[in-house]
Design a binder for this molecule. Structure first.
Ligand code: ADP
Length: 372
C-alpha cells in the first residue's frame, strides 16, 4: 500500500510538472514546435497555432511532411527537422493566414540532446513583421536624409567652384547672388541637421523630462517668441486661452511642436494675413480634452496633399520658393503622439488652414503619477 501511495504521489508530481511546462509554453508570445527524433510533432503551443494557422489536434504526433499542412513555413520546418544537427535559422515572408497582410516570421531550430543522442528538434517561431517594418522605415529615412543633404551640398559646391574659378570675371551683382544662394543653402543644411537630430532624440525621452505645466502659458510663450517674425511679414498674430490648464508634458518637445505649427502658419501666409492661436478645454464623449488650434488665412493645402504633409520630407511645393526641410510636421506628429494626442488638418486652398492638436486631459491622479 505504501508503494502504491508513493507511485500515486510521484505520478501526480510528474503530471503537475507537465502541466506547468504546458502553461509556460502556452503563455509564450513566441510560437514553439517540438518534434521527436522521427520528425513527428509532439508539442505546439497556441502562438505557433496562430502564426501558422493550424490546429494542434489535427497534426498531433504526425510527421510534419505528411500532416497535410499548407502554410509555406512548414516546408522550412520539415527541412530543419531533416537536418537536426545543423543550426537552422530562416526568415520567411508570406501573407498572414488571418488577414492576408504581409507577415515576416523568423524560425530558429535547435536539436534536443539527451546523453549525446538527438531526441528531437525544438523550433521557435517569432513574428518579426513590426521589427522589419521599423528597419525598413529607418532605411527609408536615412536614404531620405542623405538625398536631402546632397541637394544643398551640391548647390553650394557648384557655386563655390564658380566663384573660385571666375571671381574676377563675374559682375559684383552675380557674385552677391551666388554668395546669397550659398548662404541660404547653408541655412537649409543647418535646419535639416537640427530637425534630424530632433527626430532622433524624440526616441530617447526620460521620465524626468515630464512636467506639469500651465499649457496656455507654454503656448502663449511660443506665440510671443514668434511675434516679431509675424510682424516683419506684416501678419496679424493673435492668441486666446481660457482658464489655467495644468497638463503633464515634456515642455521642450511640446514647445517645439507648437513652434513648428505657428512657424508654418507664418511661412505659408501671404502678407496682410491673419494667424490665430487658441487653447481651450472641451468635452468629447463626456471626456475632457484640450484643443490647441493654429488657424491661418494662408495659401492652404490641396486635399490630395493633406494626409501626406505629415510624412518625412514631404512638401507640397517642391520648388523651394519657401525654405523648409519637410520634417517640421513629422516632428509635430511624433511629439503629439508621444503625448497621447492626435494631430489634424483642415484646409481650403487659397483660403487658409487649421492645424489642431487634441490632447486627452488627464485626471489629477494621472497627473500625480506622471510627476512621480
Ligand atoms: P516645411 O515647412 O519645412 O516644408 P513641414 O513638414 O512643416 O515642412 O510641412 C510640410 C508641407 O506642408 C510644407 O512644405 C507645406 O507645403 C505644407 N504646409 C504646412 N503647414 C502649412 C500651412 N500652414 N499652410 C499651407 N501649407 C502648409
Amino acid at each position: 500500500r505504501h508503494l502504491e501511495q508513493m507511485v500515486r504521489e510521484r505520478t501526480q508530481d510528474v503530471q503537475e510538472e507537465a502541466e506547468k511546462v504546458q502553461a509556460i509554453l502556452s503563455s509564450m508570445a513566441d510560437g514553439v514546435l517540438v518534434t521527436d527524433a522521427e520528425g513527428r510533432l509532439v508539442t505546439a503551443n497556441a502562438a505557433a497555432e496562430e502564426l501558422l494557422g493550424f490546429r494542434w489536434t489535427d497534426v498531433a504526433y504526425q510527421p510534419v511532411s505528411r500532416s497535410g499542412l499548407t502554410h509555406p513555413m512548414w516546408e522550412h520546418v520539415a527541412q530543419m527537422i531533416r537536418h537536426p544537427d545543423q543550426p537552422g535559422n530562416v526568415v520567411v515572408e508570406f501573407p498572414s493566414p488571418v488577414d492576408d497582410s504581409p507577415q515576416i516570421i523568423n524560425a530558429r531550430a535547435a536539436p534536443i540532446r539527451l546523453n549525446h543522442d538527438i531526441i528531437g528538434v525544438v523550433i521557435v517561431l517569432r513574428d518579426i513583421t513590426a521589427l522589419k517594418e521599423v528597419e525598413r522605415m529607418k532605411a527609408r529615412f536615412i536614404a531620405g536624409v542623405t538625398h536631402e543633404l546632397k541637394t544643398p551640398l551640391s548647390i553650394i559646391k557648384l557655386h563655390v567652384e564658380n566663384l573660385l574659378a571666375y571671381y574676377d570675371r563675374l559682375p559684383a551683382e552675380k557674385q552677391m547672388e551666388l554668395l546669397h544662394t550659398v548662404q541660404n543653402q547653408t541655412g537649409l543644411l543647418d535646419r535639416l541637421i537640427d530637425d534630424v537630430l530632433t527626430l532622433s532624440r524624440l526616441d530617447t525621452v526620460h521620465e524626468a523630462e515630464w512636467q506639469t505645466v500651465n499649457l496656455p502659458e507654454l503656448v502663449g510663450g511660443v506665440v510671443e517668441e514668434l511675434r516679431a517674425l509675424a510682424q516683419a511679414r506684416n501678419l496679424t498674430l493673435t492668441w486666446q486661452a481660457s482658464e489655467e490648464l495644468p497638463v503633464p508634458v515634456i515642455p521642450d518637445q511640446f514647445e517645439r511642436a507648437v513652434r513648428n505649427l505657428v512657424d508654418n502658419a507664418i511661412k505659408y501666409t501671404p502678407a496682410g494675413g491673419e494667424i490665430q492661436v487658441a487653447v481651450r478645454q472641451e468635452l468629447a464623449d463626456d471626456q475632457p480634452r484640450i484643443r490647441i488650434e493654429v488657424r491661418d488665412t494662408g495659401i492652404g493645402i490641396p486635399p490630395e496633399h493633406q494626409q501626406r504633409i505629415f510624412d518625412h520630407f514631404y512638401r507640397v511645393d517642391t520648388s523651394h520658393t519657401t525654405p523648409g526641410t519637410g520634417l517640421g510636421l513629422s516632428i509635430v506628429r511624433e511629439i503629439v503622439n508621444a503625448h497621447g494626442g492626435s494631430l489634424h488638418v483642415e484646409s481650403t486652398p487659397g483660403a487658409g488652414s487649421v492645424f489642431t492638436i487634441l490632447l486627452p486631459l488627464h485626471t489629477p491622479a494621472d497627473t500625480e503619477r506622471a510627476e512621480q
